[in-house]
Design a protein around this ligand. Sequence first.
Ligand SMILES: Nc1ncnc2c1ncn2[C@@H]1O[C@H](COP(=O)(O)OP(=O)(O)OP(=O)(O)O)[C@@H](O)[C@H]1O
Length: 225
Amino acid sequence: MINVENLSKAFGARTLWRDVNFTVDRGEMLALVGPSGSGKSTLLNCLGLLDRPSAGAIRHEGNDITRFGRREILRFRRTTLGYLFQHYALIENATVAENLDVVTKLRRMPQGKAGTAVAEALDRVGLAGRGAEKIYHLSGGEQQRVALARLVLQRPSLVLADEPTGALDEANATMVVDILRELSKDGCAVVVATHDAEVRDRCDTVFAVHESSLIGSARGETIPS
Ligand SMILES: Nc1ncnc2c1ncn2[C@@H]1O[C@H](COP(=O)(O)OP(=O)(O)OP(=O)(O)O)[C@@H](O)[C@H]1O
């Protein structure tokens, strides 16, 4: 799905990370870990084409996406990428359904089909019947579930999540990881930057950004903190 090859990032004389190599396949979840300031978000932003690496390649279906022009970037974002942020990135003054309609309109779904798809997505994240509520009336955990419902509707093949549980209590954090795992089971590749040990332990692969190395897999190997 995504092959990161010898990727490096420097700001002036400061090298943030160097020779980063990893692969994330569909159905797989990879955690980016490392101390604050080690460059997890910057790496995620490079994968999402919000920032450019200083050297190296990020291959998707054989193409180096770091060399994409503006139109290809927009197309890649529309067809392939989904984002999940710590602070949800929802339209606060709109309703839950209106936030989700942004996706159904982008996907040009007919109205009837869109209504059913929104209802199903809300059901999947445990918010059935809550479509008419304003975002600012919801708790943080509920808002993150709306953001997840948006991903369920969007069906991206690559999800980039930046500290998606950072503002949540344990129960809500578990629910967020459950849904990310379901998305990956449906065939999505998920990359998540995290300080959260639970999130890290439920990923298939862990990449330590500060060491530029794969430090293990959550399936049967011990991952150092
Ligand atoms: N455009 C930029 N110019 C210069 N320095 C930058 C730029 N963008 C990020 N940085 C620096 O790169 C470093 C890494 O930031 P980043 O947010 O990627 O780290 P992080 O590992 O995600 O941190 P945290 O865990 O605290 O979120 C920081 O020191 C930041 O100031």
